[in-house]
Write a protein that binds this ligand. Structure first.
Ligand SMILES: NC(=O)c1ccc[n+]([C@@H]2O[C@H](COP(=O)([O-])OP(=O)(O)OC[C@H]3O[C@@H](n4cnc5c(N)ncnc54)[C@H](OP(=O)(O)O)[C@@H]3O)[C@@H](O)[C@H]2O)c1
Length: 240
């Protein structure tokens, strides 16, 4: 049985990854921060559909470094880690506080690195894989999201470097860089803002969360064992 840890399984992309991987026989550790109900409901549904697989819920505030040890101690076998947790802050760099920089760095970069450090041995035993949900903004950058773009770029750099370092352990490390995905991260946009955005995307639509999950599934599969240290844009032709 294969086990994946999904960080941010309470988020829209994390939920899509969980549903898709469960349908392919994976057992899952489903992480959440505040949205316990969403993960519990997901697990109830998955347990009904796939009674032979195991589904666990795990809570962690990824800005709280002290709790990482206890969090990873709950993991038994790990074949894959999917980092689908994240948050953006829309504001000018001049309005961004030092505390926001520290917290977002901790949540989006440092904690995932510490978790990778702690599960490396387990991943190495299972020819494991790590997939970050990065962002096209980590490649192109975006005004009003300077901090977020910087941290997505850092996630991509980690993937490139750690992919090289862990290749001899037979661990693959990759990132998917989505463009705009139809998730609640984007629901606050006005109709006009959405129209403007879609006019810039050659495919003229946002991605569905499951289109990102499908690439995650591919990267965790046998046929992707030679792919490591790469960033795969999934953007409908936008900004690449
Ligand atoms: N949506 C897009 O258009 C888009 C495009 C490119 C890249 N991405 C990236 O894809 C990833 C998933 O995005 P999404 O659209 O699925 O976002 P989402 O629905 O807002 O989910 C965000 C996830 O991050 C978790 N999280 C937030 N703060 C946390 C903290 N302090 N500690 C631990 N977990 C925390 C949330 O947990 P709780 O809900 O339980 O609090 C939730 O599971 C993010 O990294 C995002 O940057 C998204």
């Amino acid at each position: 049985m294969k086990f994946a840890l999904i960080l941010g399984a309470s988020g829209d992309i994390g939920q899509a990854c969980a549903r898709r991987l469960a349908s392919k026989g994976w057992s899952l550790y489903c992480h959440y921060h505040q949205n316990e109900t969403r993960v519990k409901t997901l697990i109830e549904n998955l347990e009904k559909k796939y009674p032979r697989q195991d589904f666990f819920s795990l809570q962690l505030d990824m800005t709280d470094e002290k709790r990482i040890e206890a969090f990873t101690a709950q993991l038994f076998e790990v074949d894959a880690v999917i980092v689908a947790s994240g948050q953006t802050i829309y504001k000018l760099l001049t309005d961004t506080t030092s505390r926001e920089m520290d917290q977002l760095w901790q949540m989006m970069v440092k904690t995932p690195m510490l978790i990778c450090q702690k599960v490396q041995e387990k991943l190495a035993r299972k020819k494991g894989s790590i997939v970050f949900i990065g962002s096209v903004y980590g490649i192109s950058g975006s005004a009003m999201e300077v901090l977020y773009s910087t941290l997505k770029g850092a996630q991509h750099a980690f993937v490139k470097a750690y992919g090289q370092e862990s290749a001899s352990l037979d661990i693959t490390v990759n990132a998917i860089a989505p463009g705009a995905v139809r998730t609640h991260m984007n629901y606050h946009w006005t109709e006009e803002e959405t129209r403007q955005l879609l006019s810039e995307i050659p495919a003229n639509r946002m991605a569905e969360a499951d289109e990102i999950a499908a690439v995650v599934q591919f990267l965790l599969g046998e046929h992707a064992r030679y792919i490591t240290g790469t960033i795969i844009p999934v953007t409908g032709g936008w900004k690449v």
